[in-house]
Design a protein around this ligand. Structure first.
Ligand SMILES: *[C@@H]1O[C@H](CO)[C@@H](O)[C@H](O)[C@H]1NC(C)=O
Ligand SMILES: *[C@@H]1O[C@H](CO)[C@@H](O)[C@H](O)[C@H]1NC(C)=O
Ligand SMILES: *[C@@H]1O[C@H](CO)[C@@H](O)[C@H](O)[C@H]1NC(C)=O
Ligand SMILES: *[C@@H]1O[C@H](CO)[C@@H](O)[C@H](O)[C@H]1NC(C)=O
Ligand SMILES: *[C@@H]1O[C@H](CO)[C@@H](O)[C@H](O)[C@H]1NC(C)=O
Length: 479
Protein backbone atom coordinates (compact mmCIF):
# COMPACT_ATOMS: atom_id res chain seq x y z
CA UNK A 1 0.00 0.00 0.00
CA UNK A 2 1.12 3.53 -0.71
CA UNK A 3 1.38 6.09 2.02
CA UNK A 4 -1.73 8.22 1.63
CA UNK A 5 0.34 11.37 1.20
CA UNK A 6 1.32 10.02 -2.20
CA UNK A 7 -2.20 9.87 -3.53
CA UNK A 8 -2.66 13.53 -4.51
CA UNK A 9 0.15 13.22 -7.06
CA UNK A 10 -1.86 10.63 -8.93
CA UNK A 11 -5.12 12.48 -8.63
CA UNK A 12 -3.53 15.50 -10.27
CA UNK A 13 -3.17 13.48 -13.44
CA UNK A 14 -6.90 13.14 -13.77
CA UNK A 15 -7.11 16.62 -15.14
CA UNK A 16 -4.52 16.13 -17.79
CA UNK A 17 -5.96 13.22 -19.72
CA UNK A 18 -8.60 15.17 -21.62
CA UNK A 19 -6.19 17.91 -22.64
CA UNK A 20 -3.72 15.39 -23.93
CA UNK A 21 -6.34 13.63 -26.03
CA UNK A 22 -7.11 16.95 -27.67
CA UNK A 23 -3.47 17.36 -28.59
CA UNK A 24 -3.45 13.94 -30.15
CA UNK A 25 -6.35 14.66 -32.47
CA UNK A 26 -4.58 17.81 -33.62
CA UNK A 27 -1.79 15.82 -35.30
CA UNK A 28 -1.29 16.81 -38.93
CA UNK A 29 -2.22 13.90 -41.11
CA UNK A 30 -0.17 13.08 -44.14
CA UNK A 31 -1.62 9.57 -44.32
CA UNK A 32 -5.26 8.89 -43.66
CA UNK A 33 -6.02 5.66 -41.87
CA UNK A 34 -9.14 3.99 -40.63
CA UNK A 35 -9.45 4.02 -36.84
CA UNK A 36 -10.59 0.79 -35.21
CA UNK A 37 -10.84 -0.55 -31.69
CA UNK A 38 -10.51 -4.08 -30.40
CA UNK A 39 -11.59 -5.30 -27.00
CA UNK A 40 -8.56 -6.84 -25.29
CA UNK A 41 -8.28 -8.44 -21.85
CA UNK A 42 -7.00 -6.07 -19.18
CA UNK A 43 -4.90 -8.88 -17.75
CA UNK A 44 -3.90 -11.56 -20.26
CA UNK A 45 -2.43 -13.80 -17.61
CA UNK A 46 -5.22 -14.25 -15.12
CA UNK A 47 -8.71 -15.70 -15.31
CA UNK A 48 -11.58 -13.99 -13.59
CA UNK A 49 -15.22 -14.95 -13.20
CA UNK A 50 -15.95 -11.71 -14.94
CA UNK A 51 -13.32 -10.79 -17.50
CA UNK A 52 -12.27 -7.16 -17.53
CA UNK A 53 -11.34 -5.67 -20.88
CA UNK A 54 -10.76 -2.33 -22.58
CA UNK A 55 -10.62 -0.95 -26.11
CA UNK A 56 -7.24 -0.96 -27.78
CA UNK A 57 -7.02 1.40 -30.73
CA UNK A 58 -5.45 0.41 -34.02
CA UNK A 59 -5.20 2.14 -37.37
CA UNK A 60 -5.57 0.41 -40.72
CA UNK A 61 -4.53 1.34 -44.24
CA UNK A 62 -5.85 -1.03 -46.89
CA UNK A 63 -5.28 1.17 -49.95
CA UNK A 64 -2.81 -1.21 -51.54
CA UNK A 65 -3.89 -4.42 -49.94
CA UNK A 66 -5.09 -7.31 -52.05
CA UNK A 67 -6.63 -10.49 -50.67
CA UNK A 68 -3.84 -12.80 -49.46
CA UNK A 69 -1.28 -10.01 -49.36
CA UNK A 70 0.87 -9.66 -46.25
CA UNK A 71 0.06 -7.66 -43.15
CA UNK A 72 2.67 -5.23 -41.91
CA UNK A 73 2.07 -4.62 -38.23
CA UNK A 74 3.59 -1.66 -36.44
CA UNK A 75 4.02 -2.29 -32.72
CA UNK A 76 3.11 0.97 -31.00
CA UNK A 77 5.63 3.00 -29.08
CA UNK A 78 5.10 5.19 -26.02
CA UNK A 79 2.58 7.64 -27.42
CA UNK A 80 -0.37 8.36 -29.63
CA UNK A 81 -0.32 5.78 -32.43
CA UNK A 82 -1.30 8.30 -35.09
CA UNK A 83 1.89 10.26 -34.47
CA UNK A 84 3.90 7.10 -35.19
CA UNK A 85 1.83 6.21 -38.25
CA UNK A 86 2.33 9.71 -39.68
CA UNK A 87 6.10 9.42 -39.14
CA UNK A 88 6.60 5.91 -40.47
CA UNK A 89 6.27 6.61 -44.19
CA UNK A 90 8.53 3.70 -45.14
CA UNK A 91 5.64 1.30 -44.53
CA UNK A 92 3.36 3.38 -46.79
CA UNK A 93 6.14 3.62 -49.39
CA UNK A 94 6.50 -0.16 -49.68
CA UNK A 95 2.85 -1.17 -49.22
CA UNK A 96 2.13 -1.07 -53.01
CA UNK A 97 5.18 -3.23 -53.81
CA UNK A 98 4.01 -5.92 -51.37
CA UNK A 99 0.25 -5.31 -51.75
CA UNK A 100 0.33 -5.15 -47.97
CA UNK A 101 -2.25 -4.23 -45.39
CA UNK A 102 -0.82 -1.77 -42.85
CA UNK A 103 -1.89 -2.01 -39.24
CA UNK A 104 -0.60 0.31 -36.51
CA UNK A 105 -1.47 -0.99 -33.05
CA UNK A 106 -1.47 1.45 -30.15
CA UNK A 107 0.43 0.50 -26.99
CA UNK A 108 -1.80 0.16 -23.93
CA UNK A 109 -1.79 3.18 -21.58
CA UNK A 110 -0.87 5.57 -24.40
CA UNK A 111 -2.91 7.69 -26.79
CA UNK A 112 -6.53 6.58 -26.60
CA UNK A 113 -5.85 3.06 -25.35
CA UNK A 114 -6.37 3.87 -21.69
CA UNK A 115 -7.68 0.85 -19.75
CA UNK A 116 -9.42 2.94 -17.10
CA UNK A 117 -10.32 5.97 -19.19
CA UNK A 118 -9.85 9.18 -17.24
CA UNK A 119 -8.90 7.20 -14.16
CA UNK A 120 -6.01 5.36 -15.80
CA UNK A 121 -3.37 7.36 -13.96
CA UNK A 122 -5.34 8.42 -10.92
CA UNK A 123 -4.62 5.37 -8.84
CA UNK A 124 -1.39 3.33 -8.60
CA UNK A 125 -3.44 0.15 -8.61
CA UNK A 126 -4.67 0.99 -12.11
CA UNK A 127 -1.14 1.06 -13.48
CA UNK A 128 -0.07 -2.48 -12.69
CA UNK A 129 -1.19 -3.71 -16.12
CA UNK A 130 1.33 -1.44 -17.81
CA UNK A 131 4.04 -3.95 -18.64
CA UNK A 132 5.81 -5.05 -21.80
CA UNK A 133 4.49 -8.57 -21.31
CA UNK A 134 0.89 -7.32 -21.32
CA UNK A 135 1.61 -5.07 -24.33
CA UNK A 136 3.15 -7.95 -26.31
CA UNK A 137 0.14 -10.11 -25.46
CA UNK A 138 -2.10 -7.31 -26.80
CA UNK A 139 -0.18 -7.34 -30.07
CA UNK A 140 -0.39 -11.14 -30.32
CA UNK A 141 -4.10 -10.97 -29.52
CA UNK A 142 -4.82 -8.37 -32.19
CA UNK A 143 -2.72 -10.24 -34.77
CA UNK A 144 -4.64 -13.43 -34.02
CA UNK A 145 -7.90 -11.61 -34.78
CA UNK A 146 -6.43 -10.14 -37.96
CA UNK A 147 -5.48 -13.64 -39.11
CA UNK A 148 -9.08 -14.78 -38.72
CA UNK A 149 -10.31 -11.69 -40.52
CA UNK A 150 -7.94 -11.73 -43.48
CA UNK A 151 -6.62 -15.25 -44.03
CA UNK A 152 -9.62 -17.50 -43.70
CA UNK A 153 -8.59 -19.81 -46.49
CA UNK A 154 -4.96 -19.13 -47.06
CA UNK A 155 -2.88 -22.28 -46.90
CA UNK A 156 0.11 -21.71 -49.14
CA UNK A 157 2.27 -20.33 -46.34
CA UNK A 158 3.77 -22.39 -43.57
CA UNK A 159 2.61 -19.58 -41.42
CA UNK A 160 0.78 -16.33 -42.00
CA UNK A 161 2.52 -13.58 -44.00
CA UNK A 162 2.70 -11.07 -41.18
CA UNK A 163 5.74 -8.99 -40.29
CA UNK A 164 6.34 -6.64 -37.35
CA UNK A 165 7.86 -3.16 -37.62
CA UNK A 166 8.82 -0.84 -34.81
CA UNK A 167 11.30 1.78 -33.78
CA UNK A 168 12.89 2.98 -30.58
CA UNK A 169 11.02 1.38 -27.64
CA UNK A 170 8.50 0.12 -30.22
CA UNK A 171 11.47 -1.45 -32.05
CA UNK A 172 12.31 -3.40 -28.91
CA UNK A 173 8.70 -4.57 -28.84
CA UNK A 174 8.77 -5.61 -32.51
CA UNK A 175 11.88 -7.71 -31.86
CA UNK A 176 10.47 -9.12 -28.62
CA UNK A 177 7.22 -10.03 -30.38
CA UNK A 178 9.21 -12.14 -32.83
CA UNK A 179 11.27 -13.58 -29.97
CA UNK A 180 8.36 -14.38 -27.65
CA UNK A 181 5.60 -15.16 -30.15
CA UNK A 182 7.56 -16.39 -33.21
CA UNK A 183 4.44 -17.93 -34.76
CA UNK A 184 2.64 -14.57 -34.90
CA UNK A 185 5.08 -12.80 -37.23
CA UNK A 186 7.56 -14.13 -39.78
CA UNK A 187 10.11 -11.54 -38.80
CA UNK A 188 10.70 -8.10 -37.32
CA UNK A 189 12.23 -4.88 -38.60
CA UNK A 190 13.52 -3.18 -35.48
CA UNK A 191 14.85 0.32 -36.05
CA UNK A 192 16.77 2.43 -33.50
CA UNK A 193 15.94 0.04 -30.67
CA UNK A 194 18.13 0.31 -27.56
CA UNK A 195 17.98 -3.44 -26.97
CA UNK A 196 20.93 -3.42 -24.62
CA UNK A 197 19.92 -0.39 -22.58
CA UNK A 198 19.66 -2.35 -19.36
CA UNK A 199 21.72 -2.29 -16.16
CA UNK A 200 25.05 -3.99 -16.75
CA UNK A 201 24.62 -4.39 -20.52
CA UNK A 202 25.65 -0.87 -21.57
CA UNK A 203 27.74 1.74 -19.81
CA UNK A 204 25.54 4.40 -18.23
CA UNK A 205 27.67 7.06 -19.93
CA UNK A 206 27.13 6.11 -23.56
CA UNK A 207 23.77 7.81 -24.13
CA UNK A 208 25.00 11.32 -23.26
CA UNK A 209 28.27 10.64 -25.08
CA UNK A 210 26.27 9.94 -28.24
CA UNK A 211 24.22 13.12 -27.81
CA UNK A 212 27.50 15.02 -27.44
CA UNK A 213 28.83 13.40 -30.64
CA UNK A 214 25.86 14.75 -32.57
CA UNK A 215 26.61 18.26 -31.31
CA UNK A 216 30.31 17.80 -32.09
CA UNK A 217 29.55 16.68 -35.60
CA UNK A 218 26.96 19.36 -36.46
CA UNK A 219 27.77 22.21 -34.10
CA UNK A 220 31.56 21.97 -33.95
CA UNK A 221 33.76 22.61 -30.94
CA UNK A 222 32.64 26.06 -29.97
CA UNK A 223 29.09 24.85 -29.39
CA UNK A 224 30.10 22.15 -26.92
CA UNK A 225 32.42 24.56 -25.09
CA UNK A 226 29.62 27.12 -24.78
CA UNK A 227 27.11 24.52 -23.63
CA UNK A 228 29.55 23.29 -20.98
CA UNK A 229 30.30 26.83 -19.82
CA UNK A 230 26.55 27.46 -19.73
CA UNK A 231 25.95 25.01 -16.88
CA UNK A 232 28.31 26.85 -14.51
CA UNK A 233 26.99 30.24 -15.52
CA UNK A 234 23.36 29.22 -14.99
CA UNK A 235 24.12 27.59 -11.66
CA UNK A 236 26.09 30.62 -10.46
CA UNK A 237 23.55 33.13 -11.65
CA UNK A 238 20.55 31.37 -10.14
CA UNK A 239 22.05 31.35 -6.66
CA UNK A 240 20.22 34.58 -5.88
CA UNK A 241 16.82 36.09 -6.61
CA UNK A 242 18.13 38.73 -8.98
CA UNK A 243 19.73 36.08 -11.17
CA UNK A 244 16.69 33.81 -11.01
CA UNK A 245 14.48 36.69 -12.10
CA UNK A 246 16.82 37.54 -14.94
CA UNK A 247 16.85 33.98 -16.30
CA UNK A 248 13.07 33.66 -15.82
CA UNK A 249 12.28 36.76 -17.81
CA UNK A 250 15.01 36.35 -20.44
CA UNK A 251 14.00 32.77 -21.20
CA UNK A 252 10.30 33.66 -21.00
CA UNK A 253 9.53 31.04 -18.36
CA UNK A 254 5.82 30.65 -17.59
CA UNK A 255 6.46 31.03 -13.89
CA UNK A 256 9.45 32.58 -12.19
CA UNK A 257 11.95 30.18 -10.72
CA UNK A 258 12.50 30.80 -7.03
CA UNK A 259 13.83 27.69 -5.32
CA UNK A 260 16.74 25.29 -5.74
CA UNK A 261 14.17 22.71 -6.78
CA UNK A 262 13.10 25.04 -9.61
CA UNK A 263 16.73 25.46 -10.67
CA UNK A 264 17.13 21.70 -10.81
CA UNK A 265 14.05 21.46 -13.01
CA UNK A 266 15.39 24.22 -15.22
CA UNK A 267 18.67 22.37 -15.73
CA UNK A 268 16.81 19.17 -16.51
CA UNK A 269 14.58 21.01 -18.96
CA UNK A 270 17.66 22.31 -20.76
CA UNK A 271 19.25 18.84 -20.82
CA UNK A 272 16.07 17.42 -22.31
CA UNK A 273 16.15 20.07 -25.04
CA UNK A 274 19.67 19.00 -26.02
CA UNK A 275 18.62 15.35 -26.10
CA UNK A 276 15.51 16.11 -28.17
CA UNK A 277 17.51 18.24 -30.60
CA UNK A 278 19.90 15.35 -31.15
CA UNK A 279 17.02 12.89 -31.57
CA UNK A 280 15.33 15.18 -34.11
CA UNK A 281 18.40 16.13 -36.10
CA UNK A 282 16.92 15.20 -39.48
CA UNK A 283 18.23 16.59 -42.76
CA UNK A 284 14.83 18.11 -43.53
CA UNK A 285 12.23 19.96 -41.45
CA UNK A 286 10.09 17.69 -39.28
CA UNK A 287 7.17 17.84 -36.91
CA UNK A 288 7.49 14.80 -34.70
CA UNK A 289 7.13 16.08 -31.15
CA UNK A 290 7.45 19.75 -32.12
CA UNK A 291 8.03 21.55 -35.43
CA UNK A 292 11.73 21.96 -36.22
CA UNK A 293 13.94 23.08 -39.10
CA UNK A 294 16.37 20.79 -40.94
CA UNK A 295 19.48 19.99 -38.86
CA UNK A 296 18.14 21.66 -35.70
CA UNK A 297 21.40 20.91 -33.83
CA UNK A 298 23.32 22.99 -36.34
CA UNK A 299 20.75 25.80 -36.26
CA UNK A 300 20.81 25.79 -32.45
CA UNK A 301 24.61 25.89 -32.33
CA UNK A 302 24.81 28.65 -34.92
CA UNK A 303 22.45 30.78 -32.88
CA UNK A 304 24.35 30.03 -29.68
CA UNK A 305 27.83 30.76 -30.95
CA UNK A 306 27.88 33.08 -33.93
CA UNK A 307 27.83 36.46 -32.26
CA UNK A 308 30.02 37.84 -29.54
CA UNK A 309 29.04 38.15 -25.90
CA UNK A 310 31.10 39.75 -23.19
CA UNK A 311 29.50 38.77 -19.90
CA UNK A 312 27.32 36.32 -18.06
CA UNK A 313 24.05 37.99 -18.97
CA UNK A 314 25.09 38.13 -22.60
CA UNK A 315 25.64 34.40 -22.51
CA UNK A 316 22.23 33.78 -20.93
CA UNK A 317 20.67 35.92 -23.67
CA UNK A 318 22.39 33.82 -26.32
CA UNK A 319 21.05 30.66 -24.74
CA UNK A 320 17.57 32.18 -24.64
CA UNK A 321 17.80 33.05 -28.32
CA UNK A 322 19.00 29.55 -29.27
CA UNK A 323 16.46 27.76 -27.07
CA UNK A 324 13.64 29.71 -28.68
CA UNK A 325 14.46 28.02 -31.98
CA UNK A 326 13.45 24.75 -30.32
CA UNK A 327 10.58 25.86 -28.11
CA UNK A 328 9.01 28.46 -30.37
CA UNK A 329 9.77 27.58 -33.99
CA UNK A 330 6.18 28.39 -34.95
CA UNK A 331 6.13 31.63 -32.93
CA UNK A 332 3.04 30.39 -31.12
CA UNK A 333 4.52 29.44 -27.73
CA UNK A 334 3.48 32.09 -25.23
CA UNK A 335 5.97 31.03 -22.57
CA UNK A 336 8.27 28.16 -21.67
CA UNK A 337 6.88 25.76 -19.11
CA UNK A 338 9.76 23.94 -17.42
CA UNK A 339 7.17 21.82 -15.60
CA UNK A 340 5.35 20.58 -18.69
CA UNK A 341 7.10 17.23 -18.46
CA UNK A 342 5.58 16.70 -15.03
CA UNK A 343 2.06 17.18 -16.37
CA UNK A 344 2.50 15.03 -19.44
CA UNK A 345 0.75 11.67 -19.18
CA UNK A 346 3.04 10.05 -21.73
CA UNK A 347 6.06 11.00 -19.65
CA UNK A 348 4.23 9.78 -16.57
CA UNK A 349 3.41 6.42 -18.14
CA UNK A 350 6.85 5.81 -19.60
CA UNK A 351 8.42 7.00 -16.36
CA UNK A 352 6.52 4.18 -14.69
CA UNK A 353 7.91 1.70 -17.19
CA UNK A 354 11.44 3.01 -16.66
CA UNK A 355 10.96 2.56 -12.93
CA UNK A 356 9.85 -1.05 -13.30
CA UNK A 357 10.85 -3.25 -16.25
CA UNK A 358 12.84 -0.80 -18.35
CA UNK A 359 15.51 0.58 -16.08
CA UNK A 360 17.85 2.50 -18.37
CA UNK A 361 20.85 3.76 -16.39
CA UNK A 362 22.09 7.21 -17.41
CA UNK A 363 25.11 9.09 -16.11
CA UNK A 364 27.26 11.91 -17.39
CA UNK A 365 31.03 12.27 -17.23
CA UNK A 366 33.72 14.71 -18.32
CA UNK A 367 33.60 13.13 -21.75
CA UNK A 368 30.19 14.63 -22.52
CA UNK A 369 28.64 18.10 -22.52
CA UNK A 370 26.19 17.50 -19.66
CA UNK A 371 26.53 18.27 -15.95
CA UNK A 372 28.61 15.50 -14.47
CA UNK A 373 26.36 13.15 -12.54
CA UNK A 374 26.90 9.53 -11.55
CA UNK A 375 24.30 6.78 -11.91
CA UNK A 376 22.94 6.30 -8.42
CA UNK A 377 20.59 3.36 -8.35
CA UNK A 378 19.44 3.89 -4.76
CA UNK A 379 18.55 7.51 -5.43
CA UNK A 380 16.73 6.46 -8.60
CA UNK A 381 14.81 3.74 -6.76
CA UNK A 382 13.77 6.21 -4.06
CA UNK A 383 12.46 8.65 -6.67
CA UNK A 384 10.49 5.83 -8.29
CA UNK A 385 8.96 4.85 -5.01
CA UNK A 386 8.05 8.43 -4.23
CA UNK A 387 6.44 9.01 -7.63
CA UNK A 388 4.81 5.65 -8.38
CA UNK A 389 4.95 3.63 -5.21
CA UNK A 390 6.93 0.98 -7.07
CA UNK A 391 9.78 -1.07 -5.78
CA UNK A 392 12.78 -1.28 -8.11
CA UNK A 393 13.99 -4.43 -6.48
CA UNK A 394 14.37 -6.43 -9.69
CA UNK A 395 16.57 -4.35 -12.01
CA UNK A 396 17.53 -7.51 -13.94
CA UNK A 397 13.99 -8.50 -14.82
CA UNK A 398 14.12 -7.02 -18.33
CA UNK A 399 17.20 -9.08 -19.11
CA UNK A 400 15.78 -12.18 -17.56
CA UNK A 401 12.67 -12.15 -19.73
CA UNK A 402 14.25 -10.96 -22.99
CA UNK A 403 17.66 -12.61 -22.86
CA UNK A 404 19.96 -9.61 -22.66
CA UNK A 405 22.70 -10.05 -25.24
CA UNK A 406 21.89 -13.67 -25.96
CA UNK A 407 20.18 -13.05 -29.29
CA UNK A 408 21.69 -16.01 -31.13
CA UNK A 409 18.78 -18.23 -30.17
CA UNK A 410 16.35 -16.14 -32.21
CA UNK A 411 15.74 -15.60 -35.92
CA UNK A 412 14.45 -13.23 -38.60
CA UNK A 413 15.16 -9.88 -37.01
CA UNK A 414 16.85 -6.88 -38.60
CA UNK A 415 18.20 -4.27 -36.18
CA UNK A 416 19.03 -0.96 -37.81
CA UNK A 417 20.74 1.96 -36.06
CA UNK A 418 21.72 5.45 -37.17
CA UNK A 419 25.29 6.39 -36.34
CA UNK A 420 24.05 9.85 -35.26
CA UNK A 421 21.19 8.54 -33.13
CA UNK A 422 21.75 8.82 -29.35
CA UNK A 423 19.96 5.48 -28.91
CA UNK A 424 22.55 3.74 -31.06
CA UNK A 425 24.47 3.82 -27.76
CA UNK A 426 22.72 0.67 -26.81
CA UNK A 427 21.51 -1.03 -29.94
CA UNK A 428 22.47 -4.23 -31.72
CA UNK A 429 25.25 -2.97 -33.99
CA UNK A 430 26.84 -6.22 -35.16
CA UNK A 431 25.40 -9.24 -36.93
CA UNK A 432 24.50 -11.96 -34.47
CA UNK A 433 23.71 -14.81 -36.86
CA UNK A 434 22.78 -15.00 -40.54
CA UNK A 435 19.20 -14.32 -39.55
CA UNK A 436 19.57 -11.95 -36.61
CA UNK A 437 21.20 -9.10 -38.47
CA UNK A 438 22.37 -5.57 -37.82
CA UNK A 439 22.52 -2.69 -40.24
CA UNK A 440 24.47 0.39 -39.16
CA UNK A 441 23.45 3.53 -41.02
CA UNK A 442 26.32 5.98 -41.36
CA UNK A 443 25.51 9.63 -40.71
CA UNK A 444 21.85 8.95 -39.91
CA UNK A 445 19.61 10.10 -37.05
CA UNK A 446 16.96 8.27 -35.01
CA UNK A 447 14.29 6.19 -36.81
CA UNK A 448 15.11 7.73 -40.21
CA UNK A 449 15.04 4.48 -42.20
CA UNK A 450 11.39 3.99 -41.26
CA UNK A 451 10.44 7.48 -42.39
CA UNK A 452 9.26 8.08 -45.92
CA UNK A 453 11.87 8.28 -48.67
CA UNK A 454 13.13 11.80 -49.24
CA UNK A 455 15.22 13.21 -52.08
CA UNK A 456 17.84 14.35 -49.58
CA UNK A 457 18.36 10.93 -47.95
CA UNK A 458 21.98 9.80 -48.12
CA UNK A 459 23.02 6.52 -49.75
CA UNK A 460 23.35 4.78 -46.41
CA UNK A 461 19.73 5.47 -45.52
CA UNK A 462 18.65 4.23 -48.93
CA UNK A 463 20.73 1.07 -48.49
CA UNK A 464 19.14 0.42 -45.11
CA UNK A 465 15.70 0.49 -46.69
CA UNK A 466 16.90 -1.87 -49.45
CA UNK A 467 18.23 -4.15 -46.74
CA UNK A 468 14.80 -4.17 -45.08
CA UNK A 469 13.07 -4.92 -48.39
CA UNK A 470 15.40 -7.87 -49.06
CA UNK A 471 14.72 -9.25 -45.59
CA UNK A 472 10.97 -8.87 -46.09
CA UNK A 473 11.12 -10.65 -49.46
CA UNK A 474 13.07 -13.47 -47.89
CA UNK A 475 10.72 -13.88 -44.90
CA UNK A 476 7.67 -13.68 -47.17
CA UNK A 477 9.26 -16.18 -49.59
CA UNK A 478 9.04 -13.78 -52.52
CA UNK A 479 12.69 -14.27 -53.60
C1 LIG B 1 -13.03 12.44 -19.03
O1 LIG B 1 -12.84 13.79 -18.61
C2 LIG B 1 -13.29 14.75 -19.53
C3 LIG B 1 -12.93 16.14 -19.01
O2 LIG B 1 -13.12 16.25 -17.65
C4 LIG B 1 -14.80 14.59 -19.76
O3 LIG B 1 -15.22 15.52 -20.73
C5 LIG B 1 -15.06 13.17 -20.27
O4 LIG B 1 -16.43 12.98 -20.42
C6 LIG B 1 -14.48 12.16 -19.31
N1 LIG B 1 -14.64 10.83 -19.88
C7 LIG B 1 -15.15 9.83 -19.21
C8 LIG B 1 -15.23 8.54 -19.94
O5 LIG B 1 -15.51 9.93 -18.06
C1 LIG C 1 30.95 30.21 -10.67
O1 LIG C 1 31.24 30.53 -9.35
C2 LIG C 1 32.44 29.97 -8.85
C3 LIG C 1 32.55 30.22 -7.37
O2 LIG C 1 32.04 31.49 -7.02
C4 LIG C 1 33.60 30.52 -9.65
O3 LIG C 1 34.82 29.96 -9.22
C5 LIG C 1 33.39 30.23 -11.11
O4 LIG C 1 34.42 30.88 -11.90
C6 LIG C 1 32.06 30.71 -11.58
N1 LIG C 1 31.86 30.20 -12.96
C7 LIG C 1 31.38 30.95 -13.92
C8 LIG C 1 31.30 30.31 -15.26
O5 LIG C 1 30.99 32.08 -13.75
C1 LIG D 1 28.80 44.09 -23.22
O1 LIG D 1 28.17 44.37 -24.49
C2 LIG D 1 27.02 45.19 -24.38
C3 LIG D 1 26.43 45.34 -25.78
O2 LIG D 1 26.42 44.13 -26.43
C4 LIG D 1 27.37 46.54 -23.78
O3 LIG D 1 26.21 47.33 -23.63
C5 LIG D 1 28.05 46.33 -22.43
O4 LIG D 1 28.50 47.57 -21.91
C6 LIG D 1 29.24 45.38 -22.55
N1 LIG D 1 29.72 45.08 -21.22
C7 LIG D 1 31.01 45.06 -20.91
C8 LIG D 1 31.34 44.69 -19.46
O5 LIG D 1 31.88 45.26 -21.70
C1 LIG E 1 7.36 33.12 -29.47
O1 LIG E 1 7.36 33.95 -30.60
C2 LIG E 1 6.40 34.99 -30.53
C3 LIG E 1 6.43 35.74 -31.86
O2 LIG E 1 7.70 36.12 -32.20
C4 LIG E 1 6.71 35.90 -29.34
O3 LIG E 1 5.74 36.91 -29.22
C5 LIG E 1 6.75 35.06 -28.07
O4 LIG E 1 7.13 35.83 -26.96
C6 LIG E 1 7.70 33.89 -28.23
N1 LIG E 1 7.62 33.01 -27.07
C7 LIG E 1 8.68 32.42 -26.52
C8 LIG E 1 8.43 31.52 -25.37
O5 LIG E 1 9.81 32.53 -26.92
C1 LIG F 1 25.52 -7.98 -41.55
O1 LIG F 1 25.56 -8.82 -42.66
C2 LIG F 1 25.01 -8.25 -43.84
C3 LIG F 1 24.99 -9.32 -44.93
O2 LIG F 1 26.17 -9.98 -44.96
C4 LIG F 1 25.80 -7.03 -44.25
O3 LIG F 1 25.25 -6.43 -45.40
C5 LIG F 1 25.75 -6.03 -43.09
O4 LIG F 1 26.50 -4.87 -43.38
C6 LIG F 1 26.27 -6.70 -41.83
N1 LIG F 1 26.08 -5.77 -40.73
C7 LIG F 1 27.07 -5.26 -39.99
C8 LIG F 1 26.71 -4.31 -38.92
O5 LIG F 1 28.24 -5.54 -40.21
Amino acid sequence: MLPSSRMPKFVAFLLVVAASLDDASAVDSKYSLETKYMKVPLDHFKWYAEEKSFNLRYLVDAKHHVQGGPIFVFTGDKGDINIYAQNTGFMFDIAPMFKALLVFIEHRYYGQSLPFGNDTFSNPQNMIYLTTTQALADFAFVIDQLKREFFENVVQYDTYPIVAFGSSYGGMLAAWLRMKYPYTVLGAISSSAPMFYFPGLSSCATFYEKVTKVFERYGRDQCIKTIKLGWDVIINLTKNKLGMDFVSSNWKLCSKISTTDDVEKLLEWLSDIYVNLALSNYHYPTDFYSPLPAYPVKVFCDKLTTSYFNDTKGLIEHFGYAIEMYTNYTGRTACNDINSKYHDITEFAFGYQMCTELIMPKCSTDADMFITAPWDFDKFAKKCYKKYGTSSSRPDWGMLIYGGKNLKYFSNIVFSNGEMDPYSCCGVSANVTSSVMAFDIIDAPHHVDLRNADMSDNNYIQSARQFHILALRKWLKLE
